[in-house]
Write a protein that binds this ligand. Sequence first.
Ligand code: SF4
Length: 270
Amino acid sequence: MESEEEHDIGKIKVKVSGWKDLSLVDVIGEPSFTVWFNYCNFACPWCQNWLVVSGKKMTEILLMDLFKIIKQSELLVNYLHVTGGEPTLQGDALQELFNLVKKNSSLRTSLNTNGSNFRIIKNLIRRGLLDHIAMDIKAPLERPALYAKVIGLPKETTETFVRNIQDSVVMALNELSFVELRTTVVPGLLKGEDVLKIVEELIDMGINDRPGAYYVIQQFVPPNITPDPAFKELPRTPPETLIKLARSIKNRTGIKNILVRSMEEGVTII
Ligand code: SF4
């Protein structure tokens, strides 16, 4: 007979914009099944996934049906990677999906998040449901006015989010053995000195003491649709500009694991 827990899980639905059976770019060095959860609590004017965030591209699917699709890729990939949008906005579904994967497959779990929902991230980590986290650090945490500009929200709201992001980073560094902290260098919003400041903050939070923690500088690629149309007119940042920036930051700060991710070069270890 079906238990109450199984019965409830059977009813849970999740809103996703799609999935990819085999991705080689979402978890460093590991193939993943990647699924995009809809919606986000940030409003980055340059957002590169606006169709996912706005819900214009959306399918509602039973969690069990999504899990069955993931299971079919079990032999191809090592991770289930959930991204968005901001997956923690559908926190119950996210938790149950990772739970299903952990109990019923050989896959490890990976979450891409903006780090603002500390409560959900803490629950996932404490319950042993997370193997890898990729967290965005959109701007220096000590510069909330700039952070607010980059994520398109008022400064007061951003200050609360920034405190949560800081808690999420510290917890991830302390409790997970595989962590990616990522910054997209958005032209006109972030300068090289802002990226340097982020790295200094991460070193203060202990990134250099964790061999499995990586800082990733990501290329800005103009999408077809952005909340602020001005950003889709900007050029793609050349990978060599980012590599030069990363080398300079490594020399100045001594950060151990720093990478650049670009469409042309893939992942470049600095
Ligand atoms: S955090 Fe910003 S860039 Fe990421 S999905 Fe949300 S709105 Fe888009």
